[in-house]
Design a protein around this ligand. Sequence first.
Ligand SMILES: Cc1cc2nc3c(=O)[nH]c(=O)nc-3n(C[C@H](O)[C@H](O)[C@H](O)COP(=O)(O)OP(=O)(O)OC[C@H]3O[C@@H](n4cnc5c(N)ncnc54)[C@H](O)[C@@H]3O)c2cc1C
Length: 381
Amino acid sequence: MSTPAPTPAPTPASARKSTARYDALIVGGGFYGARLALMLRRRFDRVLLVEREAILLGRASLNNQARVHGGYHYPRSILTSLRSRHNYPRFVDEYGDCIDRSFPHYYAVARGVSKVTGNQFAEFCRRIEAPLSKAPAAVARLFDSTRVDAVFEVQECAFDAVKLRERTSRELVDTGVEVRTSTEAVSVRNAPDGARVTLRHAGAESEVLSSLVLNCTYSRGNQLLEHSAAARIPMKHELTEMAIVHPPDELQGAAVTVMDGPFFSLMPYPPRGLFSLSHVRYTPHCSWDDNRSAEQALACAQSRFSHMAHDAARYLPCMRNTRYVDSLWEIKTVMPRSEQDDSRPILFRRSAELPAVITVLGAKIDSVYDVEDALAQAHSS
Ligand SMILES: Cc1cc2nc3c(=O)[nH]c(=O)nc-3n(C[C@H](O)[C@H](O)[C@H](O)COP(=O)(O)OP(=O)(O)OC[C@H]3O[C@@H](n4cnc5c(N)ncnc54)[C@H](O)[C@@H]3O)c2cc1C
């Protein structure tokens, strides 16, 4: 008969390592994660926000086109347009100190090859009650009238992601959300009353418990689910390039969007005091339906600025005077159903395998309000 193993001496309570417990853990410190952490802090005592980068709002929330969508962009998805019409004034009022509205904004509708005509676009704006007027003649003359059907002046502004970061960081401190940067959430397991989350910081792993986990990791949402043995959510990822440029003098600091189809946008990019140039055909460099090739795709990306400017100059000849500075590279993630109608629905999905985990994907900065509504509803039901 073998000798029974000695019973280990009980660990004194003072030496026992207790796992920190939170009411809510938000993974991902982009604008969505930060804003939702603030919302949850109003409801709960212990809220933790973890971000794998060294700073908050450093990924898609910074590397984007900075347009606060006023509904004009989606003539093929009236629902998305109406949500923007609803959220635009809310966002602009609340974040007035992070907004640039110092520039005129012109939308031009291409002739023949556009999915809408100038008249259809004007009718669409009337239906969604989006302010629209004819662009001044001096502006309309800048466009090639053989390729452009109509030019309108619209009311749409830009946000400054660095100001948003400064403001949200202050608010997180003031409201007592615990923030850990350079900290990655590696995986999640079910635990009594919630989830056990493994975090990695400076190469060392630790665990925390939380009743609720919000997966606000945008393009990496599936990675966290996969490492947690939970089912992936269909998402489409694109490696995107926004060229950062000096605009042509002729435009005098105006924003221009030519639509609706494979056209381009020139928008102020407030964090740099410059403009971004994006092109429907050239901004996406490649796409895939999971996260695996993201780093590889980023490593071999080559700018397509000259293609963007060359094509844009066919509609707006002065675009050939655009001067390139550098590019913002980011992974853009959308729901596959957006491909059909260019819509931008939000994703708000509880994991079947990990009931404490909700994955969130916001398509636009202002759709954070729709996510907040969904979260409030989930908590009241
Ligand atoms: C090219 C481009 C142009 C766009 N143009 C516009 C526009 O003009 N107007 C508009 O409204 N919207 C635009 N968007 C969309 C907008 O940027 C996003 O909807 C918004 O930024 C999403 O915010 P987020 O917080 O979900 O994502 P992010 O800002 O990317 O935040 C996610 C965070 O999660 C972190 N993270 C990932 N995995 C982990 C992990 N395991 N642990 C800890 N942290 C993790 C990341 O480091 C990141 O900081 C654009 C997006 C792109 C890419």
